[in-house]
Design a protein. Structure first.
Length: 343
């Protein structure tokens, strides 16, 4: 039977939190399915939801914990990557494998409260095809992370061709049509926050207050956050290239004007042009501009290089309660319904 709801949970070194995650998430899915079945005046049926736990190359006992949950409940599915491929790849693997008419993505650390899922489903039932949970505060984050997050969102909104939902993260519900659209995208460098808005459809937001981590510690270092921010910006705008083209034209005009001034000063007024120091400053300034522009260009060229290699987004090492897709599935784990069932 095709489940009504699928929950995708990327897992990375979350062994200690998996039992409580399963208890709270399964209870929330039971409540959400009951809401849908009551609205449709249907008798409760088994297997109307599934949980997809995607182990992103954890170094602790996360996979053993996932296998234990899959043995306990057949509605829990496990995917283990051959190595660490990142959260975006884990979410993509979950979307490929999910069979539900609505798919919810949430973190394993329980900062995304599963109890919000029935409210998300209610909005989906009312016609929303993307329901994004929006954080009302970030008090659980350190000050430096809150400041950088605000800066990123402001910069992104200023230069990107696709708007982001302020305060929105990866905690969201996606309709089957949206999942099919995302699965059809061929790109390897993914930024789901932007892609979920790029594909369009009907959007709704739901405010929530994130909880503290139940167990473990965040795997997001400053370096990883910086790389993630650059990926997000490069994915949806070419404005930096245009900016540096404009800067280059301005610097060339300024240099030409200054050179003309020096020529006139020397030939007309007969004044020598002192200035070893000024020449060095100009050279260093122009060299800095060139290096920065090359760096921006390199980001885009590097992205093209990654895409044209056509390497798989992830490699699957093991699965539990799922058909084995082989090492590198290109289109998913099994045949998935493309047309949504009536709500």
């Amino acid at each position: 039977m095709t489940p009504l709801l699928s929950a995708i949970v990327p897992v990375y070194n979350e062994a200690d939190g998996l039992p409580l995650l399963y208890e709270r998430l399964s209870a929330a899915l039971d409540a959400a399915v009951a809401l849908l079945e009551n609205a449709a005046s249907q008798e409760p049926e088994p297997d109307r939801w599934e949980i997809l736990l995607v182990d992103d190359g954890s170094r602790d006992a996360s996979w053993q914990g996932i296998v234990g949950l899959t043995a306990r409940d057949r509605r829990v599915k496990g995917i283990r990557f051959a190595r660490n491929f990142g959260k975006e790849a884990a979410m993509a693997a979950g979307l490929h494998a999910a069979r539900g008419q609505a798919v919810v993505i949430l973190d394993a650390d329980l900062q995304h409260p599963p109890e919000l899922i029935p409210q998300m489903v209610a909005l989906w039932q009312q016609g929303a095809q993307v329901v994004t949970a929006v954080r009302t505060d970030r008090e659980t984050d350190p000050l430096w992370r809150r400041s950088l997050t605000r800066l990123f969102y402001r910069l992104y909104q200023a230069i990107s061709e696709v708007a982001l939902t302020p305060g929105g993260g990866d905690f969201r519900l996606l309709d089957r049509r949206v999942v099919a659209a995302l699965n059809a995208l061929p790109e390897r460098k993914r930024f789901l926050k932007g892609l979920a808005n790029w594909v369009g459809f009907t959007h709704q937001t739901l405010p929530f207050r994130p909880a503290a981590r139940h167990a473990g510690r965040s795997a997001w270092s400053l370096r990883k956050l910086w790389r993630y921010a650059i990926d997000g910006l490069v994915s949806f705008t070419t404005l930096p290239l245009h900016i540096w083209s404009s800067i280059g034209a301005f610097v060339a005009l300024l240099s030409g004007s200054y050179g003309l001034y020096l020529i006139v000063r020397t030939l007309v007024f007969g004044r020598d042009v002192p200035g070893y120091a000024s020449i060095m400053v100009a050279i260093l300034f122009l060299s800095g501009v060139q290096l920065i522009s090359l760096g921006v260009l390199g980001e885009y060229l590097g992205r093209v290089f990654e895409e044209v290699k056509r390497r798989p987004l992830y490699l699957v090492g093991e699965v539990a309660n799922l058909p084995d897709p082989g090492v590198a599935p290109s289109a998913g784990f099994a045949a998935q319904p493309e047309q949504p069932e009536p709500r």
